[in-house]
Design a protein around this ligand. Structure first.
Ligand SMILES: C[S@@+](CC[C@H](N)C(=O)[O-])C[C@H]1O[C@@H](n2cnc3c(N)ncnc32)[C@H](O)[C@@H]1O
Ligand SMILES: [Zn+2]
Length: 428
């Protein structure tokens, strides 16, 4: 194995994140102070680790759970798992990939070499292995350099985790290059301004997508990120399939686990444009061939905005998610007496994977405001939509919203009818 010269990036506000007092009391964390050594210990899924001065967020634990579950399934299926944790912070992910996913090897890299002692102490809970066959290694250089050098050395990984900031898409190509065929790429965006359509030229530069403000912008954040990966992969002759796409409001954080395969996306299906009509609330997809025909059934073309190209296919692979849920049950992370947050999330993601459901979601408050009625209760609205033969699910992204193939005009009509019903009629 070759050795990189340590290199520290210039000081950045992101490199240091003192632990917030409030987060010390969050339910998924325990903090212990070793008075003699002055180390702060955190705990996640029973694993103890230090965070030191590194960037660490308890709220990202669910993203780590999902990554570990996907990695463990991959390990079971392929019999081998080599992980590159490119921006590892204190190394908690690397530790979890080693212990929980039983990775054969983890390369923990973070540009900030001040994290070194903390990372090494955290990983030393796992035996280092022999010099010829180490279980883990720690470096401090730019992740792009690590991945490019690995690619040049033909040293490929089964899973690459890129836990980056903002809309840093520069990692996509070097990560795809350093990935084994059929390998998993876990990518990140935390750029809520771009997904919200507030800087379309920036999203165009980063992900090749001109994003305008849409009512389901947090789903757009995931689709913009997948679309960016689709574009980078296709340059190299590969395609990507999302295994799961996860939005978390803190940050916000958009995380997508992609499987990278040989071959191009068939006829650019699912990589297209989204139109939204502010007049009637209707959204549609338009393929590249249909770009000259963009319109809306309400006839008001002036109210239409268009975003894209981005990913318009399914956000998740239902069967992979079901396997992840079963594994979570096996590990006691789900399936007990009370439904855990992770279990609820995975079930919602499975529901969202119904192939009849289009992109986006409809907020019930918007339906109510267009219908000029009170916001209908979510479950009742979902039942009514289903009774009319449409597909519907909740969205893990937005609390009071539904994913459905039921057009906005029909949702409005249903909401008005529900308002007129007696409570007894609604519940029958
Ligand atoms: C979001 S934090 C990582 C958190 C960690 N993955 C976790 O789960 O706790 C991002 C990390 O990226 C590091 N970083 C920033 N730019 C980098 C680069 N170009 N290459 C490698 N690491 C970088 C920062 O030092 C920071 O620790
Ligand atoms: Zn319209």
């Amino acid at each position: 194995m070759f050795v990189f010269a340590p290199k520290t990036l210039s000081p950045s506000p992101f490199l240091y994140n003192p632990i917030q007092i409030s987060s010390l009391h969050s339910s998924n964390s325990k903090l212990k102070l070793d008075a003699s050594l002055k180390f702060e210990y955190q705990s996640e899924r029973g694993l103890e680790f230090e965070t030191g001065e590194s960037f660490f967020r308890h709220e990202s634990a669910t993203g780590r759970d999902l990554g570990v579950l996907a990695a463990a399934l991959y390990r079971r299926c392929k019999g081998k798992l080599r992980v590159l944790d490119g921006l590892c912070g204190c190394g908690v992910r690397s530790l979890r990939y080693l212990v929980e996913a039983e990775a054969d090897f983890v390369w923990a890299n973070d540009a900030n070499d001040e994290c070194r002692d903390v990372i090494c102490r955290n990983l030393s809970k796992v035996a280092r292995g022999s010099e010829n066959e180490p279980r883990w290694t720690v470096t401090h250089t730019d992740a792009n350099r690590v991945m490019t050098e690995c690619y040049l050395q033909r040293d490929f990984f089964d899973l690459i985790d890129i836990d980056s900031f903002g809309s840093d898409s520069t990692f996509l190509r070097s990560a795809i290059n350093a990935l084994r065929f059929d390998g998993l790429l876990y990518v990140t965006s935390t750029d809520g301004y771009s997904s919200g359509g507030h800087r379309p030229h920036h999203s165009l530069a980063a992900y090749g997508a001109y994003i305008r403000p849409l009512p389901y912008s947090n789903e757009i954040g995931l689709r913009m990120l997948i679309g960016g990966a689709v574009r980078e992969a296709s340059v190299l002759g590969y395609r990507v399939d999302p295994l799961f796409s996860y939005y978390s409001y803190h940050g916000p954080v958009f995380r997508v686990m992609l499987r990278v395969k040989r071959g191009k996306l068939p006829d650019n299906r699912h990589y297209s444009f989204i139109s939204h009509c502010h007049q009637c609330g209707n959204s549609q997809t338009f393929s590249w061939d249909e770009l000259g025909q963009i319109g809306c059934s309400c006839g008001n073309t002036k109210s239409i905005i268009v975003s894209g190209p981005l990913w318009t296919g399914l956000l998740h692979d239902a069967s992979y998610l079901t396997d992840m849920l079963n594994l979570a049950k096996e590990w006691g992370w789900a399936g007990g007496g009370t439904e855990t947050a992770l279990e609820k999330l995975l079930k919602q993601m499975v529901d969202e994977s119904d192939p009849r459901l289009p992109f986006g979601f409809i907020k019930l408050d918007e339906v109510a405001s267009r219908a000029k009625v009170n916001s209908p209760p979510l479950r009742i609205m979902m039942n009514a939509i289903q009774k009319e033969g449409y597909a519907v699910s909740r969205s893990h992204i937005s609390f009071n919203a539904i994913k459905t193939n039921c057009p906005m005009t029909v949702c409005i009509r249903i909401a008005k009818e529900l308002q007129q019903c007696e409570p007894a009629e609604i519940f029958n």
